[in-house]
Write a protein that binds this ligand. Structure first.
Ligand code: ZN
Length: 537
């Protein structure tokens, strides 16, 4: 009888679940602006790293559920298990009108108390992140665990690393840098020498494979600017366009693999974690939109670079698990969207400007000074030196003015958002105010939050460096793929909505690291396709 029951148990447990040793290295890759839409559009064309990851546990409807679909909030959710309402990272920048310096804009990954700093020339810091990352939790459990973070952007590296990484390196205009006083490992010195040599060389345009030829359509943005047919040709010494190209992600992934080798990640007494921020997709999306040859070439090249990276991870002989996701989705340039079946795509105009709206309110209420601060989409802050009565009057008028604006869908006051419970339903069912609640921070959130209508691009002039962007309340900016892979994982696809905040507890479970549910917003996703589970009870 006993023997029979044992046999039944063995049948019920998939072979893979028995054989796969626990990972000694966790690898978390964030592809900046890699929307679920881009994943759906290109997934059948991938043959490299993305093809491998599709042979794992595929969650094509991951959500950065919150309203603030920007880089810093998005990266803050991935390895903390928490929404921006807990991480405190409500935006890339917020305004603190009580800040002790002239520049009241605070960058999410800076320490604004450093003398002489401002939001353009800032001191990179994890100060504003209110919760620990997975790496910090691993180190707290076993100090021998190492935390290594590499990214194209400082905020990506910082938000995935947390407060005390062993190694953290990000790109700063022409080289990988770190916090003051950090000595570069040999891998960083080599990566910087390689990048310098590459940038010094001009680069011919990339060949267009047939898949990308189909995207070659010149789209006029202004009288002198078109997008849609670019191939990343670059003149010598052009570091800016090196960053806006597939070369950039290859450099970041190469450095990450070299650091894994040099530091022997996964070979120590405790598991290690390596986070990688691949930022070029976002730069390409902002500069050229999402539907031209540029994004096509970028994603196919990233697929190859990811394939090379995973091959190097395989060759190390260390059991590893990898997750790939994105910090937010994206939206194409409105000029091309309007040509391709969705004529209501538009750019914003000057009517949203908080300065202008505030001046009209000041005239009516006979007040002076700048009353409203912000960009006009998302958070808007009211002059904190007003009396309580003045503040209430300004708030009421600002709500009326923004609600009446034809570009605006909804306006929420800070009090309304604060009074809304944190959403507990699946993220594809949240209301807009629940999205705002998921990005609410009592100290940092604006006095009102403006949600633009769908398909409105919050960039007035596409003739500048960005033609397209993200940041809205709408699903094209919220939905991102979440792909888990490890050796022996039985592939499955779960199309229902899950959150990027689920990633941290899912990875923690793979290394048997307990995480108190009350401390996070996410939940463990079971990566076992069958009746067994990779999650704690
Ligand atoms: Zn981003």
């Amino acid at each position: 009888m006993k023997r029979l029951m044992l046999a039944a148990l063995m049948v019920a447990t998939p072979a893979a679940a028995q054989e796969a040793p626990p990972p000694k290295l966790l690898v978390a890759i964030a592809v900046d602006q890699f929307s679920a839409d881009l994943f759906a559009q290109y997934r059948r064309h991938f043959t490299g790293g993305f093809a491998r990851l599709q042979q794992g546990a595929v969650f094509p409807s991951g959500y950065q559920g919150h309203a603030a679909t920007e880089t810093c909030p998005g990266h803050s959710t991935i390895l903390t298990g928490s929404r921006p309402s807990r991480t405190g990272i409500i935006a890339n920048d917020w305004i603190d009108l009580r800040a002790g310096r002239t520049d009241k804009t605070v960058y999410c990954a800076e320490d604004e108390s450093v003398p002489g700093s401002n939001s353009d020339h800032y001191t990179v810091s994890p100060l504003h992140l209110r919760v620990p990352t997975l790496g910090e939790r691993m180190k707290a459990a076993t100090p021998a665990s190492r935390v290594v973070s590499v990214a194209g952007k400082d905020r990506a590296a910082v938000m995935m690393a947390g407060h005390a990484p062993d190694q953290i390196w990000w790109w700063n205009s022409d080289a990988f840098v770190s916090y003051a006083g950090r000595t570069p490992p040999a891998a960083v010195t080599k990566a910087n020498a390689d990048a310098k040599a590459r940038i010094a060389q001009a680069r011919a345009g990339m060949d267009l494979p047939a898949i990308c030829q189909a995207h070659a359509l010149a789209v006029p943005i202004t009288a002198t600017k078109t997008i849609g047919t670019g191939r990343f040709a670059r003149t010598a010494s052009d570091a800016k366009n090196f960053r806006i190209s597939p070369e950039f992600d290859a450099a970041v992934l190469g450095l990450a693999a070299d650091l894994a080798d040099e530091l022997k990640l996964g070979s120590g007494p405790a598991p290690d974690i390596l986070s990688v921020g691949a930022s070029a997709t976002d730069y390409v999306g902002h500069t050229y939109g999402t539907q031209g040859t540029e994004m096509c070439l970028q994603l196919l090249a990233l697929d190859r670079a990811l394939g090379d990276f995973l091959a190097r991870m395989d060759a190390r002989g260390v059991p590893y698990a990898v997750v790939l996701t994105a910090d937010h989705g994206g939206h194409d340039a409105p000029e091309r969207i309007a040509m391709q079946g969705v004529p209501e795509a538009h750019r914003i105009d000057a009517t949203l400007s908080p300065k202008t709206v505030g001046e009209a309110i000041a005239a009516r209420l006979k007040l002076s000074g700048q009353l409203l601060h912000g960009s006009g989409a998302g958070d808007i802050w009211i002059d904190p030196t007003l009396t309580r009565k003045q503040h209430a009057a300004v708030l009421a008028q600002a709500v009326v003015a923004y609600t009446a604006n034809p570009l605006v869908h909804s306006v929420f006051t800070k009090d309304q958002i604060a009074a809304t419970p944190s959403p507990t339903s699946p993220p594809d069912s949240w209301t807009l105010i629940e999205e705002a609640r998921a990005a609410y921070d009592a100290e940092r959130t604006g006095d009102l939050v403006v949600a633009l209508k769908p398909r409105i691009t919050p960039i007035r002039d596409g003739g500048g460096s960005s033609v397209a962007t993200h940041g809205s309340f709408w699903d094209y900016d919220r939905r991102v793929p979440i792909l888990f892979w490890r050796l022996g994982l039985v592939p499955f696809e779960q199309p229902l909505a899950v959150e990027t905040a689920d990633i941290m507890p899912t990875l923690a479970a793979l290394i048997a690291l307990p995480v108190a549910k009350s401390e996070i917003d996410g939940r463990c996703l079971d990566l076992d396709a069958g009746p067994a589970t990779t999650c704690p009870n």
